[in-house]
Design a protein around this ligand. Structure first.
Ligand code: PBG
Length: 330
């Protein structure tokens, strides 16, 4: 390789057209998935304090926001339900006319080309806020599986294109695949939160979803952020059980995991830029300490550079708006 003064890396950094010409990674609007929090009622648009620009929406408001997102070229949305009633088992999670089920029906009816992904987990629906049923104070893995299958089936019946289990129970991907197939939903895909870490960065989400555990924490089922090899084992297991796409979560603190999983599997890898990662940037922006638009764009670009094919981000629609819709930009 030539050295200075023959080779001058700055030659190709002089102007924006030159930089654009040699740019390696460009975040496209088509890469982004917009998450939404759905509540019952009509005309409800409640802002989430710790997540500027994010709202709890009733189905009618959701359809209106999702329509704008779809017009800007956002290909997919991810739905979280906030039910009116919670109980020990999270039984409002599999109601035929639950909030998420109604939201899926409305979206598929109004915007058929928009891909609808549903989060499958009990924590938004249980009174204790854990991701499964409790037995002697601990989450009972095997008893939870059947309930997750009921929930996933109710989403598939409503028309979900993809179900995304985020509970981190062992064996859930296989259980969901068998349940979906047994009911004829061979074409409903599974996006598995394969490597989901017990992260401090989920705080604002739990405000938005009202899902903070009443006692203890999630370290008994979510992964230790110190572990990388284990993430690869989790991913392999989920692929063997029938996962179609792999999720890594959080994204910004797991760029190495995203890279390794993409290299090792070649599967579609989806990275979740989570609530706390978003909130940290927005809060620093509100303080005037950083430029949030640039910081978010840089972060999304880094996540894509690490190997993510899709990125779930609360900023998806805003990114699309700022970058002129479908064209995308970096
Ligand atoms: C449900 C779930 C959580 C998130 C996605 N699905 C919360 C949690 O595990 O506590 C977090 C998403 C975010 O922070 O943006 N289990």
């Amino acid at each position: 390789m030539p050295h200075f003064p023959q080779y001058r890396p700055r030659r190709l950094r002089r102007t924006e057209p030159l930089r654009r010409l040699v740019r390696e990674t460009t975040v496209q609007v088509e890469d982004l998935i917009q998450p939404y929090f759905v509540v019952s009622g009509e005309g409800v648009r409640r802002s989430v304090e710790s997540m500027p620009g994010v709202f709890q929406l009733s189905v009618d408001e959701l359809v209106s926001d999702a329509r704008s997102a779809a017009r800007l070229g956002i290909p997919a949305v991810l739905l979280f339900g906030i039910p009116d009633e919670k109980d020990e088992r999270g039984s409002s999670g599999w109601l035929e006319h639950g909030v998420v089920q109604e939201a899926v029906r409305a979206l598929k009816h109004e915007i058929p080309d928009l891909v609808v992904i549903t989060d499958v987990c009990l924590c938004e629906y249980t009174s204790h806020g854990h991701c499964g049923v409790l037995h002697n104070g601990a989450v009972d893995n095997d008893a939870t599986l059947e309930l997750l299958a009921r929930q996933a089936l109710s989403h598939a019946r409503a028309g979900a294109d993809i179900v995304a289990p985020s509970d981190m129970m062992d064996g859930r991907v296989g259980t969901l695949r068998r349940a979906l197939d047994a009911d004829g939903f061979h074409d409903t895909a599974i996006l598995s939160y394969a490597a989901k870490y017990a992260s401090a960065f989920y705080g604002p989400f739990r405000d938005a979803a009202g899902s903070t555990p009443q006692s203890g924490d999630r370290r008994g089922y979510q992964m230790d952020p110190a572990n990388g090899e284990e993430a690869l084992r989790e991913v392999r297991l989920d692929i063997e059980e029938g996962a179609d796409m792999i999720m890594i979560k959080p994204a910004h603190t797991c760029l190495d995991i995203i890279w390794r999983v993409k290299q090792a599997t070649g599967y579609p890898v989806c990275a979740y830029h989570v609530s706390g990662e978003y909130a940290a940037i927005m809060a620093a922006g509100q303080m005037g300490w950083i430029d949030p638009d640039r910081a978010l764009t840089e972060t999304l670009t880094a996540i894509k550079r690490a190997g993510a094919d899709q990125i779930i981000t609360y900023w998806a629609t805003e990114f699309a708006r700022r970058n002129g819709g479908r064209e995308g930009a970096s």
